[in-house]
Design a protein around this ligand. Structure first.
Ligand code: NAP
Length: 194
């Protein structure tokens, strides 16, 4: 009897130990995967922020956070229905109703030209431009202007938008242009063996 109890006790201790290690491992993994954390409490009252491709993902989270800090947010997205849904999410999260939606398809230089013109006409100022939208590993596609899609959306479209808005952004210095990228740029190219 005593031997059985001892055996059960041992098993229990092993299970509890394994459970503890699993929980600790899970917490550490979550912490590692979560990446960097912004600890700044800085407010952005009175600032106008344009974020590209922010109906979902990192862009949407950025919009929610900056809106909660008091900024006026312009969601520049290619699908207006999704953008309006995102705008409601941002407003509900932040309690800040100063959120608007503009159409932007980065695969079309004409669309980029149009949004830049509209924003320059409608907005009193632009303090922050966040070039966030991106596509990755898409099929062999071309943009409206005949460029490879990934290059067109991730690089050309954003470069053109930034160029068109640059003077206005500089007027409100200290202003910011943020290009969302990837740690993948740190990867060493494959060594070619000849
Ligand atoms: N998530 C990651 O682990 C990771 C890692 C490295 C880099 N990044 C970079 O971080 C940025 C955001 O990533 P994410 O994971 O949040 O991406 P995501 O969830 O796939 O969102 C991408 C956004 O870009 C928009 N977009 C795509 N093509 C567009 C176009 N032609 N014109 C305008 N908007 C367009 C999408 O709009 P639709 O909804 O209409 O498609 C969507 O809102 C990207 O630049 C990405 O390369 C992300």
């Amino acid at each position: 009897m005593a031997g059985e109890l001892l055996e059960t006790n041992k098993k229990l201790i092993t299970y509890v130990g394994a459970l503890r290690s699993s929980i600790l491992g899970f917490i550490l993994l979550r912490w590692y995967v979560a990446g960097g954390v912004c600890v700044s409490k800085k407010r952005l009252d009175g600032k106008t922020v344009i974020i590209t491709g922010c109906n979902t993902g990192i862009g949407l989270e950025t919009a929610k956070e900056l809106s909660a800090r008091g900024a006026r947010i312009i969601l520049a997205c290619r699908d207006l229905d999704n953008a309006h849904k995102a705008s409601e999410i941002v407003k509900k999260f932040s309690g800040n109703s100063d959120v608007s939606v503009e159409r932007l398809d980065l695969a079309s230089l004409d669309s980029v030209r149009k949004i830049a013109e509209k924003v320059k006409n409608d907005e009193a100022k632009i303090d922050i431009l966040i070039n966030n939208a991106g596509v990755m590993m898409c099929p062999k596609w071309q943009s409206e202007d005949g460029y490879e899609m990934q290059f067109a959306v991730n690089h050309l479209g954003h470069f053109f938008l930034t160029t068109l808005l640059l003077d206005r952004i500089k007027e409100y210095a200290p202003s910011r242009i943020v290009n969302v990228s990837s740690v993948a740029h740190n990867c060493k190219p494959h060594t070619r063996v000849t």
